[in-house]
Design a protein around this ligand. Structure first.
Ligand code: 2AM
Length: 195
C-alpha cells in the first residue's frame, strides 16, 4: 500500500481555507486543474511510497513514539505557491520549524523500518490542486490569488499515517487514515491501526 505521514487541519481551518479556495476556483481555467478533495487536505510529514503491510505494526509503533516526543505546535496556513506548473499549494506562516522537526522524526521512523527514504527537504505546504498531464495550465495566477491569504492559527494535535489509493480516471487520489497518534503524550488504547 502507498503510505505517507501527515497532519491535517481541523474543521474550522478547513472551512476557512475552503472559502478562499472557492474564490480561487472562479479564475479562468480553474476547471482544468485537479483540485484535491478538501476531506483529504494535509501537510505531508513523510512520504513512504509503496510499503509492504508487514512493516505496518513497527512503523505504527515508531510513529506513535515519535508523536509523543513532540509538543503540539501552533500552525497557521498562509500565502500560496506552486511547484512549477505541476502543483498549487498554500504555505505556512507559523509553526514551520516545529513541523519540520516532526517531519524529520516521521522520516526517521520510515528509515528505521527499512523504507528507502528520499532526502527531500521539508517544505511545509498543503497541496490544493495539480495540473493534468494532458493540459498545460499556468499556475501563477492561482498562486498570486492566494498570496494575501492569512489563516487563523490552529494546534496540531495528532500525527496520522495515511493511505493513498488511486482515484477514478481524472480524479485525485483518495486518502484514508490508517493510524493516528496524539502529539505530546503516550498513545492510549484508543489508537486505530487498521492493516
Ligand atoms: P504533494 O502534496 O507535495 O504532492 C500523498 O501522495 C502525499 O505525499 C502528497 O501530499 C504528496 O505531496 C506527497 N508525496 C508524493 N510523492 C512524494 C515523493 N516522491 N516525495 C515526497 N512526498 C511525496
Amino acid at each position: 500500500m502507498r503510505l505517507f505521514a501527515a497532519v491535517q487541519p481541523p474543521p474550522p481551518a478547513v472551512a476557512e481555507l475552503a472559502g478562499v479556495v472557492s474564490e480561487v476556483r472562479r479564475l479562468p481555467d480553474a476547471d482544468r486543474l485537479r483540485w484535491a478533495d478538501q476531506q483529504g487536505w494535509h501537510l505531508t510529514m513523510a512520504f513512504y511510497g509503496e510499503v509492504d503491510e508487514v512493516v505496518l505494526p513497527e512503523l505504527s509503533a515508531r510513529l506513535g513514539r515519535a508523536a509523543a516526543r513532540h509538543q503540539p505546535p501552533t500552525v497557521r496556513l498562509a500565502g500560496g505557491g506552486r511547484f512549477g506548473d505541476r502543483a498549487l499549494w498554500v504555505g505556512m506562516s507559523e509553526g514551520r520549524p516545529e513541523l519540520e522537526r516532526l517531519a524529520a522524526s516521521a522520516t526517521a521512523a520510515g528509515r528505521r523500518v527499512g523504507i528507502p527514504m528520499e532526502g527531500r527537504p521539508f517544505h511545509g505546504h498543503l497541496t490544493l490542486a495539480r495540473t493534468r498531464n494532458t493540459a498545460a495550465t499556468r499556475l501563477r495566477p492561482f498562486a498570486d490569488a492566494l498570496a494575501s491569504f492569512q489563516g487563523t492559527s490552529w494546534v496540531v494535535t495528532s500525527l496520522l499515517l495515511m493511505r493513498s489509493d488511486p482515484g477514478e480516471v481524472g480524479q485525485p487520489p483518495r486518502y484514508s487514515p490508517v493510524g493516528q497518534w496524539p502529539l505530546g503524550r503516550e498513545p492510549g488504547p484508543g489508537v486505530t491501526v487498521e492493516p
